[in-house]
Write a protein that binds this ligand. Structure first.
Ligand code: 1CP
Length: 351
């Protein structure tokens, strides 16, 4: 399903290591609370999940940063926690609090009872949001579909919400590693079906957010995070060889060689990783996406320019770099600073 009709295909070119005039730019959490127009729609929707379940509003908020900043890619507006919700854990977001599940995984028998989902049925609101957004984009830029990684989704399902130290999930992998692997396998199966449904609905790129992979030990990362992500990459690349797959492990800088060997087309880097060094390590095998510190957006313009240029020049004019932040835009950031970052990338040219 190689989409050759897309007018601005810088992102797809970068993911294939083809030359571009400049790196493509999009930003994690580009749609979100730092934008006043997002806060208005969010208020109109009521709670966050009602927004996620309304394809027209999802499309509208996904388009807001595109209209404002002229980015090179749009990302589906949804959340990674839609899968555990569809698996029966009942997700809610209380006002100004993190996600909460009314049920969580407490035992091996809870894991054994988890369903294989049909995303075309229970997550039809997501595939509909993909179709609606894809149609609004009208092939101007690619649309990125996404899912959480099995490990990252497992942490939320076992903790029952957000956590800083993951006590229950750590207890699970150290006391019942086989059960943890079963949970991760069920999640991998559901994520594969979910990503296929998004690709069939029109997503041009598949990105896996492994936000919490970095809290594992090196062998723990290989076993509990990379192995199930590798299954997803293999399944998607077999069925859709032309759809690029990007893996982003926050805190995964030490494991780039292992991640590159997964067969993914691109890797996301957080800001703790040196981009030039990462490029020397794996830049021939995979495209690299990142990695401006989201905190730089609190700086003055001259500081931001310096930081953005450091990222833009780190790969030595080689193709295969996608400009992004090292993690999502924080809600307190001034949209004008975001515009300044994007404009600085737009003005850059490869030598
Ligand atoms: O009230 C609000 O408006 C809720 C804020 C919000 C938003 C805007 C949440 C709640 N999710 C989102 C959208 C979202 N989430 C996107 C949309 C597209 C875009 O990037 O523009 C994406 C890709 C996500 C993915 C997501 N959700 C991740 C992975 C990426 C990351 O940031 O690390 C994670 C971990 C979540 C869980 C989540 N969703 C929302 C919250 C508050 C949390 C908890 C985060 C935590 O545990 O610290």
């Amino acid at each position: 399903m190689l989409n050759t009709r897309i007018k601005n295909d810088r992102l797809l070119k970068a993911l294939r290591h083809q030359p571009n005039d400049r790196p493509p730019v999009w930003l994690m959490r580009q749609a979100g609370r730092y934008l006043p127009e997002y806060r208005r729609i969010r208020e109109q929707a009521g709670d966050f999940m009602s927004l996620c379940k309304n394809p027209h509003l999802c499309c509208e908020v996904a388009m807001q940063p595109i209209d404002r900043f002229n980015l090179d890619a749009a990302i589906l507006f949804s959340d990674i926690l839609t899968i555990p919700d569809a698996m029966g854990l009942e997700l809610s977001f209380a006002e100004n609090q993190g996600p909460q599940f009314s049920k969580r995984i407490e035992s091996v028998s809870d894991i054994n009872k988890l369903p294989i989902i049909d995303p075309e049925a229970s997550l039809a609101y997501v595939t509909e949001a993909v179709r609606t957004t894809k149609s609004a984009l009208n092939d101007t830029i690619p649309l990125i579909g996404f899912s959480g990684s099995p490990w990252t989704l497992a942490t939320y399902m076992v903790e029952g919400g957000s956590s800083r130290t993951f006590p229950r999930t750590k207890a699970l992998i150290y006391t019942q590693p086989q059960a943890a692997e079963n949970l991760l396998s069920i999640l991998a199966i559901n994520i594969i079906e979910y990503m296929k449904a998004q690709i069939n609905a029109g997503a041009d790129v598949a990105m896996i957010f492994d936000t919490w992979g970095g809290v594992l030990t090196p062998p723990g990362f290989l076993r509990f995070s990379l192995k199930p992500m590798q299954k997803i990459v293999s399944a998607l690349k077999t069925e859709y060889p032309d759809i690029p797959v990007v893996l982003f492990t926050k805190g995964g800088g030490a494991w780039l060689e292992d991640m590159a060997a997964s067969g993914a087309d691109g890797l996301g880097l957080d800001w703790t990783c040196d981009l030039g060094n990462a490029f020397n390590r794996v830049g021939r095998q995979v495209a690299l996406q990142g990695n401006l510190d989201p905190g730089a957006l609190y700086g003055a313009e001259e500081i931001i320019r310096e930081q953005v240029l450091a990222v833009l020049t780190a790969c030595n004019n080689q193709p295969g770099h996608i400009f992004n932040l090292g993690h999502g835009i924080e809600p307190g950031v001034d949209p004008e600073k975001v515009k300044f970052v994007v404009d600085t990338v737009h003005q850059f040219r490869y030598k």
